[in-house]
Design a protein around this ligand. Sequence first.
Ligand code: ZN
Ligand code: ZN
Length: 276
Amino acid sequence: MQVRFWGVRGSVASGDLSRIGGNTSCVEVTSGKHRLILDAGTGARALGDVLKAERELKLTFLFSHLHWDHVQGFPFFAPAWRPDCDLTMFGPGADGAEALERALTRQMEGPAFPVPLTAMGSRRIFASARAGEVIEEGPFVITPLDLPHPQGCVGYRIEADGHSFAYCTDVEITATSIPRALNASLAGVDLLALDAQYTRPEYDGTAGPSRRGWGHSTNLDAAHLARQVGAERLLLFHHDPGRDDDAVEAMAAEARTIFSHAEPAREGLALTLEHR
Ligand SMILES: [Zn+2]
Ligand SMILES: [Zn+2]
């Protein structure tokens, strides 16, 4: 299983912030010829450009939720315009299929966008990703997880090739408020990409307005969770759009005081979890 990061920012794209990157959420997971795409933030555009050369594409999108930083890249995902592209699109929650189709339709209607979703040539099948209901796609066994976030968010634990990767963007937890079910679902995960948008002073409101209730975690609480569930490796994810490389690296260094295998997710980072 290979995991590749195409967008790691939260909230809004922020230009090229050098080593970390400025695009919003998009992560590609592959095993052999099979490919999953987690969210379609602005990072999806560059992924689509790389897939241009491939014919008869069959892709599965898993959406965490429908906030704009997770869907905004879809109109710019070139394969979605091609008739030789089959897309299976999982929306989050019990009514995820309808909610996802509606959100993608609306973001391509006036006054926001000039061309409608129906003009895209790909075949699109919409489905729902319900927490706890396992999805099997090719070699992947995928468990959707409920995450605390305004209007809800779904994380995904993905197993393939004897390894596990969990994608938990947009989740507000503190070291003392980790839902028991989430704790159990992430137990022993090999690679964990986890929301770490804020510093402690930002979250507490001693540096600007308090971010409590905004739906995101701190680097320190992310590290606590990784330690608590026995993850092998933590990638801090959903970086604040205003944070430069040095500030993101400093947050990772601080996280390592709690969980030693912590680093920032970066655009372009590709990790291979080998067969075992
Ligand atoms: Zn987000
Ligand atoms: Zn969100």
